[in-house]
Design a protein. Structure first.
Ligand SMILES: [Zn+2]
Length: 349
């Protein structure tokens, strides 16, 4: 869990992925997980691992598998600094304004990280009317207060600096809770799966992509460049098994294993791959479940539609309270995620 903790505590919003890329890069170099490592023009990190068959023989024309986990998180970029030192921010990714009140934030400036708090304009409870209290502001109505004067803020912070919500990583019962489990869980599963691999006949191109949260912008050129035979997007999905949500809208079952994303708003997974993963899971005693997400998309859509088209599937970890600073993942789903990915890669001939 140490690796997942570090991944979730490293701020990196769309277009500002340099910190998380450095963490992943250093880890995969230190553990010698790949034969080649490159970074593309948009900033996606690509690790290539040649076949390592059990018999040690050369594999002619190995199957090329692309794994894609987006490494960006939803966050903000500073868009305005006023004379009183308040920052206005532009969202990069889909926030629900109801989760933004009274949040601690971190402004990542060139001069260093600056703590702040986020709130919406309006009066405190003591002096607000009932009508005031029912109103939910737009995301763009929130501001950041770093406790600095206008001059101090303007000298230390620049337009375009990233801002992330602060939230600790901790274990709660049988779960882990943190900000940005979407999608540091996918980044983690990709690393873990490669680390557990012994022998495999396929050629693996593991990509940690940029800018997924603003529309799969990094995965499009990455997929074109890798030109894979099979694509596997590694992401998260909703688990709405919570009070007030009808059972038919739960999307996934918490603790029942990694999801094989049958379909979402961006793509329909290759059904042959879904069945292949199910067979590997059954043979190895690993839990997995099918899930359909009516809205939302992920990098698999970009991989699937590159060049002449690619058979693609999305693996996703069920997450409760997604896109908040208290995203929650079940420990057994994390375990099944990396175990199934490893077992499937080993099973390819
Ligand atoms: Zn995601």
């Amino acid at each position: 869990m140490d690796l997942l903790r570090i991944l979730t505590q490293t701020p990196s919003v769309p277009g500002r992925e340099f910190r998380i890329r450095t963490v992943i890069h250093d880890y995969i170099v230190r553990h010698q997980l790949f034969d080649e490592i490159t970074v593309d023009a948009l900033g996606s990190l690509v690790g290539v691992r040649k076949p390592r068959p059990a018999d040690g023989q050369l594999v002619e024309r190995p199957l090329k598998v692309m794994l894609a986990a987006h490494m960006d998180q939803i966050g903000f970029l500073v868009r305005h600094i006023d004379d009183q030192g308040y920052l206005r921010v532009n969202p990069a990714g889909g926030f629900d304004a109801r989760n933004l009140f009274a949040r601690g934030v971190r402004v990542c400036a060139a001069s260093g990280d600056i703590p702040g708090i986020m709130n919406a304009s309006g009066k405190p409870i003591h002096i607000s009317s009932e009508a005031d209290r029912k109103k939910i502001p737009e995301v763009t109505e929130f501001f950041v207060d770093c406790g600095l004067t206008g001059d101090e803020a303007k000298s230390r912070i620049r337009i375009g600096d990233m801002v992330v919500l602060d939230g600790p990583f901790h274990q709660v019962g049988n779960t882990v809770v943190s900000q940005c489990l979407d999608n540091r869980v996918g980044c983690w599963a990709q690393i873990q799966a490669i680390q557990q691999l012994r022998h495999h006949r396929c050629e693996i191109h593991a990509v940690w992509t940029v800018q997924e949260e603003v529309g799969m912008r990094g995965a499009i050129p990455a997929a074109y460049s890798v030109d894979p035979d099979i694509g596997v997007a590694c992401d998260t999905t909703l688990c709405c098994q919570t009070p007030g949500v009808p059972d038919e809208d739960r999307i996934s079952v918490f603790g029942d294993g990694v999801c094989l994303h049958v379909m979402d708003n961006s793509m329909i997974s290759d059904i042959g791959l879904v069945e292949q993963f199910e067979q590997v899971a059954a043979a190895r005693g690993i839990r997995c479940q099918r899930a359909i997400l009516p809205r939302g998309g992920q990098d698999g859509a970009a991989v699937q539609r590159t060049r002449r088209g690619v058979r693609t599937i999305c693996l996703a970890c069920p997450i409760k309270y997604i896109h908040t600073v208290t995203e929650m993942a079940h420990l057994s789903d994390l375990h099944s995620y990396q175990a199934l990915l490893t077992a499937w890669l080993e099973s390819l001939s």
